[in-house]
Ligand binder design. Structure first.
Ligand SMILES: C[S@@+](CC[C@H](N)C(=O)[O-])C[C@H]1O[C@@H](n2cnc3c(N)ncnc32)[C@H](O)[C@@H]1O
Length: 308
């Protein structure tokens, strides 16, 4: 995973105590790490990174109320929420689910970008784009239609692995991603006609009706709580006969939950309803895992839908 985000307190001694606390945290001495963080916070009461790590430690120690209080201080001290404290608040049930803080996604993937491909492909056995390609090819074969698309949009395009997988099937790809670091890597591939640093929903909203033939999202909807709004816009932007294909992490229950990995998992019935509400026809909704965690495949779905 990427390096831990650190926002200095501006107080050298407090920063140093934070550094020691992180060492202790990594060595598993959580109580001693919490002690040092409390000391750092005494010196610098608005020390967001220290509040955040203290929240993590309290959460790990099962001290729910203290964890919630610490995460609230981390989020209140940094309303853009670069650390993603609000995700922990959702996970702890202290707040309802909402979309991920954009600053958190950007900080996470900007740091991750230079080693993303290696980490995902080699360490996590990532297979999102190839799963999508296989699902789109079989949906098009079943519908007796060619698997060739003139205008493609890759939502959450990252470093460009989606465009690489679909290179022979799409004439002209536009990539949209929140992270400038990931977009820089995607640009270096030369696979995109255009790239936008932009939230995917906003990126779709500005496009004309019927202006795309294929919309992809490989392992990107796991960062989007309100998948229904994105699908509604995708339905509008797709031309008749167009296809949307995406992967999600899933769970056995209803609706959307936030998992241990701090990514959203969408239930099957939620996705079915969102596809229908977007005026799309479901072509495939199959169990498929895009990555392993601790060598175990994370439960997921690959979804293909088309516009009549
Ligand atoms: C796990 S990566 C997958 C990248 C690429 N699709 C692939 O298959 O390799 C998820 C990407 O989604 C982007 N992302 C997350 N939320 C987003 C949003 N709301 N709008 C645009 N991009 C987003 C992240 O910045 C990141 O690059």
């Amino acid at each position: 995973m990427p390096r831990r985000l650190f926002l200095s307190s501006g107080d050298l001694v407090a920063d140093r105590r934070y550094g020691f606390a992180r060492d202790l945290q990594m060595r598993g001495d959580l109580a001693a790490a919490a002690d040092l963080l409390e000391q750092a916070i005494e010196l610098a009461p608005h020390f967001v990174s220290a509040w955040f790590v203290l929240g993590e430690i309290r959460q790990k120690l099962g001290e729910r109320e203290a964890a919630i209080a610490a995460f609230r201080r981390a989020r209140d001290g940094d309303p853009q929420d670069h650390h993603g404290a609000s995700l922990h608040l959702m996970q702890l049930g202290a707040e309802g689910l909402s979309d991920m803080p954009k600053a958190y996604v950007q900080a996470l993937f900007d740091q991750y970008a230079p080693r993303f491909d290696e980490a995902l492909l080699h360490d996590l056995g990532y297979r999102g784009p190839s799963l999508l390609l296989k699902a789109v090819l079989s949906a098009r074969t079943a519908a007796n239609k060619p698997a060739f698309f003139k205008r493609g949009i890759d939502l959450g395009c990252g470093t460009g692995l989606g465009a690489a997988a679909f290179a022979k099937n799409v004439d002209r790809f536009i990539g949209i991603d929140l992270s400038a670091g990931m977009i820089e890597q995607a640009r270096a591939t030369g696979l995109y006609a255009d790239l936008e640093v932009q939230d995917m929903l906003n990126g779709l909203r500005v496009r004309d009706d019927a202006s795309a033939d294929l919309i992809l999202a490989a392992d990107a909807m796991v960062y989007v709580c309100d998948l229904a709004s994105v699908l509604a816009e995708a339905g509008r932007v797709l031309a008749p006969g167009g296809v949307v294909a995406f992967t999600v992490e899933t769970h056995d229950g209803e609706g959307v939950v936030i998992g241990d990995g701090l990514r959203y998992a969408h239930g099957e019935s939620y996705i079915g309803a969102a596809i229908e509400a977007a005026g799309l026809n479901l072509s495939a909704l199959q169990p498929a895992s895009t990555r392993n965690e601790g060598r175990v495949p994370v439960p997921g779905l690959v979804v293909v839908a088309s516009k009549m």
